[in-house]
Write a protein that binds this ligand. Sequence first.
Ligand code: FAD
Ligand code: FES
Length: 257
Amino acid sequence: MRKIVENFTVISNEACNLTNFHITLQSDHPLAEVFPGQFTNIEIPDNKDVFLRRPFSIFEVNNENRTISVLVKVLGRGSLTLSEVRTGSRLSLIYPLGKGFTLPAPDERILAVGGGSGVAPVLHLVRYAEANPGSADVILGAKSETEHLNAIDSYGKYAGLHYTTDDGTMGVKGLVTDHPLFGDLARYDRIYACGPLPMMKAVAREAFRAGVSCEVSLENLMACGFGVCLCCIEPTVKGNLCVCTEGPVFNINDLKW
Ligand SMILES: Cc1cc2nc3c(=O)[nH]c(=O)nc-3n(C[C@H](O)[C@H](O)[C@H](O)COP(=O)(O)OP(=O)(O)OC[C@H]3O[C@@H](n4cnc5c(N)ncnc54)[C@H](O)[C@@H]3O)c2cc1C
Ligand code: FES
Protein backbone atom coordinates (compact mmCIF):
# COMPACT_ATOMS: atom_id res chain seq x y z
CA MET A 1 0.00 0.00 0.00
CA ARG A 2 1.29 3.46 -0.95
CA LYS A 3 2.48 5.60 1.95
CA ILE A 4 1.79 9.29 1.81
CA VAL A 5 3.87 12.07 3.34
CA GLU A 6 1.68 15.09 3.69
CA ASN A 7 1.10 18.22 5.72
CA PHE A 8 -2.25 18.20 7.51
CA THR A 9 -3.93 21.15 9.23
CA VAL A 10 -4.93 20.78 12.87
CA ILE A 11 -8.62 21.66 13.00
CA SER A 12 -9.18 20.76 16.65
CA ASN A 13 -7.27 19.64 19.72
CA GLU A 14 -9.50 18.72 22.64
CA ALA A 15 -8.56 17.35 26.04
CA CYS A 16 -10.33 14.03 26.71
CA ASN A 17 -9.08 14.03 30.31
CA LEU A 18 -5.97 15.27 32.12
CA THR A 19 -3.45 13.40 29.98
CA ASN A 20 -5.19 12.46 26.72
CA PHE A 21 -5.89 14.68 23.74
CA HIS A 22 -8.05 14.13 20.69
CA ILE A 23 -6.41 15.84 17.71
CA THR A 24 -8.27 16.12 14.40
CA LEU A 25 -6.28 16.82 11.25
CA GLN A 26 -7.50 17.81 7.82
CA SER A 27 -5.86 16.99 4.53
CA ASP A 28 -5.82 19.25 1.47
CA HIS A 29 -6.47 16.14 -0.64
CA PRO A 30 -8.82 13.13 -0.65
CA LEU A 31 -7.67 10.67 2.02
CA ALA A 32 -5.98 7.37 1.33
CA GLU A 33 -8.00 4.42 2.66
CA VAL A 34 -7.09 3.71 6.27
CA PHE A 35 -7.85 0.30 7.74
CA PRO A 36 -8.43 -0.16 11.49
CA GLY A 37 -5.13 -0.85 13.26
CA GLN A 38 -3.05 1.20 10.82
CA PHE A 39 -1.08 4.13 12.16
CA THR A 40 0.52 7.41 11.21
CA ASN A 41 4.03 8.65 12.03
CA ILE A 42 3.81 12.31 13.01
CA GLU A 43 6.65 14.83 12.88
CA ILE A 44 6.85 16.73 16.15
CA PRO A 45 6.72 20.46 15.45
CA ASP A 46 8.75 23.24 17.10
CA ASN A 47 10.82 20.94 19.33
CA LYS A 48 14.50 20.65 18.40
CA ASP A 49 15.01 17.92 21.05
CA VAL A 50 12.64 15.52 19.30
CA PHE A 51 13.84 14.72 15.80
CA LEU A 52 12.16 11.33 15.26
CA ARG A 53 8.53 11.13 14.26
CA ARG A 54 6.15 9.52 16.77
CA PRO A 55 3.67 6.74 15.85
CA PHE A 56 -0.05 7.03 16.68
CA SER A 57 -2.95 4.75 15.75
CA ILE A 58 -5.48 6.36 13.48
CA PHE A 59 -8.63 6.75 15.55
CA GLU A 60 -11.33 8.31 13.39
CA VAL A 61 -11.52 8.83 9.64
CA ASN A 62 -13.98 11.10 7.86
CA ASN A 63 -13.52 10.89 4.11
CA GLU A 64 -16.11 13.55 3.38
CA ASN A 65 -14.31 16.14 5.54
CA ARG A 66 -10.87 14.73 4.62
CA THR A 67 -10.03 14.37 8.33
CA ILE A 68 -8.32 11.81 10.46
CA SER A 69 -7.88 11.98 14.20
CA VAL A 70 -5.53 10.55 16.79
CA LEU A 71 -5.74 10.10 20.55
CA VAL A 72 -2.51 11.27 22.16
CA LYS A 73 -1.56 10.27 25.68
CA VAL A 74 1.16 12.50 27.13
CA LEU A 75 4.12 10.34 28.07
CA GLY A 76 7.25 12.27 27.14
CA ARG A 77 8.53 15.24 25.15
CA GLY A 78 7.04 14.36 21.77
CA SER A 79 3.51 13.63 22.96
CA LEU A 80 3.61 16.67 25.26
CA THR A 81 4.49 18.94 22.32
CA LEU A 82 1.75 17.35 20.23
CA SER A 83 -0.80 17.81 23.00
CA GLU A 84 -0.13 21.56 22.82
CA VAL A 85 -0.61 22.03 19.05
CA ARG A 86 -3.06 24.75 18.14
CA THR A 87 -5.82 24.88 15.61
CA GLY A 88 -4.39 25.99 12.27
CA SER A 89 -0.94 24.43 12.85
CA ARG A 90 0.43 22.24 10.09
CA LEU A 91 1.74 18.75 10.95
CA SER A 92 3.65 16.41 8.66
CA LEU A 93 2.18 12.90 8.66
CA ILE A 94 3.26 9.67 7.00
CA TYR A 95 0.23 7.42 6.59
CA PRO A 96 -1.29 4.86 6.34
CA LEU A 97 1.40 2.66 7.91
CA GLY A 98 1.40 -1.00 8.91
CA LYS A 99 -1.12 -3.77 8.53
CA GLY A 100 -4.45 -3.53 10.31
CA PHE A 101 -6.85 -6.00 11.92
CA THR A 102 -8.53 -8.81 10.01
CA LEU A 103 -12.05 -7.48 9.53
CA PRO A 104 -14.85 -9.64 10.94
CA ALA A 105 -17.38 -11.18 8.58
CA PRO A 106 -20.85 -9.61 8.92
CA ASP A 107 -22.21 -12.61 10.88
CA GLU A 108 -19.25 -12.89 13.29
CA ARG A 109 -19.45 -11.85 16.94
CA ILE A 110 -16.50 -9.86 18.19
CA LEU A 111 -14.98 -8.69 21.44
CA ALA A 112 -12.63 -5.70 21.23
CA VAL A 113 -10.53 -4.80 24.27
CA GLY A 114 -8.72 -1.49 24.68
CA GLY A 115 -6.53 -0.21 27.48
CA GLY A 116 -5.07 3.29 27.71
CA SER A 117 -4.34 4.71 24.28
CA GLY A 118 -5.16 1.26 22.85
CA VAL A 119 -8.80 2.31 22.68
CA ALA A 120 -8.10 4.20 19.41
CA PRO A 121 -7.63 1.23 17.04
CA VAL A 122 -10.31 -0.96 18.63
CA LEU A 123 -12.95 1.78 18.40
CA HIS A 124 -11.89 2.48 14.80
CA LEU A 125 -12.43 -1.24 14.15
CA VAL A 126 -16.01 -1.45 15.44
CA ARG A 127 -16.96 1.68 13.52
CA TYR A 128 -15.26 0.68 10.28
CA ALA A 129 -16.80 -2.81 10.46
CA GLU A 130 -20.20 -1.15 10.97
CA ALA A 131 -20.71 -3.45 13.92
CA ASN A 132 -23.74 -3.17 16.18
CA PRO A 133 -24.31 -3.83 19.87
CA GLY A 134 -25.90 -7.19 19.01
CA SER A 135 -22.69 -8.47 17.41
CA ALA A 136 -19.90 -6.56 19.13
CA ASP A 137 -18.74 -5.86 22.67
CA VAL A 138 -15.99 -3.49 23.66
CA ILE A 139 -14.26 -3.54 27.05
CA LEU A 140 -12.28 -0.42 27.88
CA GLY A 141 -9.91 -0.63 30.81
CA ALA A 142 -8.21 2.12 32.80
CA LYS A 143 -6.68 2.68 36.21
CA SER A 144 -9.44 5.00 37.36
CA GLU A 145 -12.56 6.79 36.10
CA THR A 146 -10.55 9.97 35.54
CA GLU A 147 -8.44 8.12 32.93
CA HIS A 148 -11.39 6.98 30.85
CA LEU A 149 -11.87 9.12 27.79
CA ASN A 150 -14.96 11.23 27.45
CA ALA A 151 -16.60 11.61 24.04
CA ILE A 152 -16.66 7.92 23.22
CA ASP A 153 -20.27 7.32 24.24
CA SER A 154 -21.29 7.65 20.58
CA TYR A 155 -19.60 4.28 20.03
CA GLY A 156 -22.56 2.71 21.85
CA LYS A 157 -24.28 2.42 18.47
CA TYR A 158 -21.56 0.07 17.23
CA ALA A 159 -21.00 -2.10 20.28
CA GLY A 160 -21.98 -2.83 23.84
CA LEU A 161 -19.60 -0.61 25.80
CA HIS A 162 -18.19 -2.03 29.03
CA TYR A 163 -15.71 -0.49 31.43
CA THR A 164 -13.23 -1.71 34.01
CA THR A 165 -11.09 0.29 36.40
CA ASP A 166 -8.34 -0.90 38.70
CA ASP A 167 -9.85 1.07 41.61
CA GLY A 168 -13.51 0.32 40.85
CA THR A 169 -14.48 3.96 40.28
CA MET A 170 -16.10 3.08 36.93
CA GLY A 171 -17.55 -0.20 35.69
CA VAL A 172 -16.20 -3.50 36.97
CA LYS A 173 -13.37 -3.27 39.51
CA GLY A 174 -10.24 -5.00 38.27
CA LEU A 175 -8.43 -5.75 35.04
CA VAL A 176 -10.17 -6.10 31.67
CA THR A 177 -9.91 -9.88 32.03
CA ASP A 178 -11.89 -9.66 35.31
CA HIS A 179 -14.92 -8.47 33.35
CA PRO A 180 -17.73 -11.08 33.35
CA LEU A 181 -17.66 -11.17 29.53
CA PHE A 182 -14.38 -13.06 29.87
CA GLY A 183 -16.35 -15.81 31.59
CA ASP A 184 -17.84 -16.94 28.28
CA LEU A 185 -15.41 -16.11 25.49
CA ALA A 186 -16.64 -18.99 23.36
CA ARG A 187 -19.60 -16.82 22.32
CA TYR A 188 -17.20 -14.72 20.21
CA ASP A 189 -15.71 -15.55 16.82
CA ARG A 190 -12.88 -13.02 17.10
CA ILE A 191 -11.15 -11.10 19.86
CA TYR A 192 -9.07 -7.97 19.27
CA ALA A 193 -6.89 -6.13 21.79
CA CYS A 194 -4.64 -3.10 22.04
CA GLY A 195 -3.13 -1.60 25.16
CA PRO A 196 -0.31 -2.15 27.64
CA LEU A 197 1.69 -5.34 27.01
CA PRO A 198 0.61 -7.16 30.23
CA MET A 199 -3.02 -6.47 29.35
CA MET A 200 -2.64 -7.82 25.81
CA LYS A 201 -0.82 -10.92 27.10
CA ALA A 202 -3.61 -11.56 29.62
CA VAL A 203 -6.27 -11.20 26.89
CA ALA A 204 -4.24 -13.47 24.59
CA ARG A 205 -3.96 -16.12 27.30
CA GLU A 206 -7.74 -16.19 27.84
CA ALA A 207 -8.48 -16.22 24.11
CA PHE A 208 -6.01 -19.06 23.59
CA ARG A 209 -7.62 -21.07 26.41
CA ALA A 210 -11.08 -20.51 24.92
CA GLY A 211 -9.86 -21.38 21.41
CA VAL A 212 -11.03 -18.06 19.95
CA SER A 213 -9.06 -16.31 17.19
CA CYS A 214 -7.28 -13.29 18.66
CA GLU A 215 -5.31 -10.39 17.19
CA VAL A 216 -3.33 -7.82 19.17
CA SER A 217 -1.88 -4.49 18.07
CA LEU A 218 1.65 -4.04 19.39
CA GLU A 219 3.12 -0.66 20.33
CA ASN A 220 6.85 -1.45 20.17
CA LEU A 221 9.20 1.53 20.17
CA MET A 222 9.60 2.81 16.61
CA ALA A 223 11.71 5.26 14.66
CA CYS A 224 11.30 5.22 10.86
CA GLY A 225 7.88 3.52 10.81
CA PHE A 226 8.43 1.86 7.42
CA GLY A 227 10.88 -1.01 7.84
CA VAL A 228 14.30 0.63 7.50
CA CYS A 229 15.79 1.10 10.98
CA LEU A 230 14.88 -2.33 12.45
CA CYS A 231 14.31 -0.88 15.91
CA CYS A 232 10.78 -2.29 16.28
CA ILE A 233 11.63 -5.99 15.85
CA GLU A 234 9.33 -8.59 17.44
CA PRO A 235 10.38 -12.24 17.67
CA THR A 236 7.66 -14.39 16.07
CA VAL A 237 7.26 -17.98 14.95
CA LYS A 238 7.97 -16.65 11.44
CA GLY A 239 11.27 -15.08 12.58
CA ASN A 240 12.08 -11.56 13.73
CA LEU A 241 9.58 -9.21 12.13
CA CYS A 242 9.32 -5.43 11.96
CA VAL A 243 6.21 -4.38 13.85
CA CYS A 244 5.90 -1.26 11.69
CA THR A 245 5.56 -3.18 8.41
CA GLU A 246 4.50 -6.75 9.33
CA GLY A 247 2.29 -5.45 12.17
CA PRO A 248 1.42 -3.66 14.33
CA VAL A 249 -1.41 -6.21 14.32
CA PHE A 250 -0.42 -9.84 14.89
CA ASN A 251 -2.37 -13.02 15.44
CA ILE A 252 -1.42 -14.30 18.90
CA ASN A 253 -0.50 -17.69 17.39
CA ASP A 254 2.38 -15.98 15.59
CA LEU A 255 3.84 -14.37 18.71
CA LYS A 256 6.33 -16.04 21.06
CA TRP A 257 4.41 -15.06 24.19
C1 FAD B 1 1.85 1.41 16.21
C2 FAD B 1 1.77 2.33 17.40
C3 FAD B 1 0.57 2.95 17.68
C4 FAD B 1 0.49 3.83 18.77
N1 FAD B 1 -0.70 4.46 19.00
C5 FAD B 1 -0.80 5.35 20.00
C6 FAD B 1 -2.01 6.06 20.21
O1 FAD B 1 -3.01 5.90 19.49
N2 FAD B 1 -2.04 6.98 21.22
C7 FAD B 1 -0.95 7.18 22.04
O2 FAD B 1 -1.03 8.02 22.94
N3 FAD B 1 0.18 6.49 21.88
C8 FAD B 1 0.30 5.60 20.88
N4 FAD B 1 1.47 4.92 20.70
C9 FAD B 1 2.59 5.18 21.62
C10 FAD B 1 3.27 6.51 21.22
O3 FAD B 1 3.89 6.37 19.98
C11 FAD B 1 4.31 6.88 22.28
O4 FAD B 1 3.65 7.12 23.50
C12 FAD B 1 5.05 8.12 21.86
O5 FAD B 1 5.85 7.84 20.75
C13 FAD B 1 5.91 8.60 22.99
O6 FAD B 1 6.67 9.66 22.53
P1 FAD B 1 7.21 10.78 23.53
O7 FAD B 1 8.21 11.59 22.81
O8 FAD B 1 6.07 11.48 24.17
O9 FAD B 1 7.87 9.93 24.68
P2 FAD B 1 9.40 9.58 24.82
O10 FAD B 1 10.11 10.75 25.42
O11 FAD B 1 9.93 9.00 23.55
O12 FAD B 1 9.26 8.42 25.89
C14 FAD B 1 8.62 8.67 27.16
C15 FAD B 1 8.36 7.36 27.83
O13 FAD B 1 7.39 6.64 27.07
C16 FAD B 1 7.90 5.37 26.69
N5 FAD B 1 7.41 5.03 25.36
C17 FAD B 1 7.74 5.64 24.21
N6 FAD B 1 7.14 5.03 23.17
C18 FAD B 1 6.42 4.03 23.69
C19 FAD B 1 5.61 2.99 23.14
N7 FAD B 1 5.45 2.84 21.82
N8 FAD B 1 5.04 2.11 24.00
C20 FAD B 1 5.24 2.21 25.31
N9 FAD B 1 6.01 3.15 25.89
C21 FAD B 1 6.58 4.03 25.10
C22 FAD B 1 9.40 5.52 26.71
O14 FAD B 1 10.03 4.28 26.90
C23 FAD B 1 9.61 6.46 27.89
O15 FAD B 1 9.55 5.76 29.10
C24 FAD B 1 1.61 4.04 19.62
C25 FAD B 1 2.81 3.38 19.35
C26 FAD B 1 2.89 2.53 18.25
C27 FAD B 1 4.17 1.84 17.95
S1 FES C 1 10.35 1.53 13.04
FE1 FES C 1 12.02 1.43 11.70
S2 FES C 1 11.92 -0.64 11.03
FE2 FES C 1 10.15 -0.42 12.24
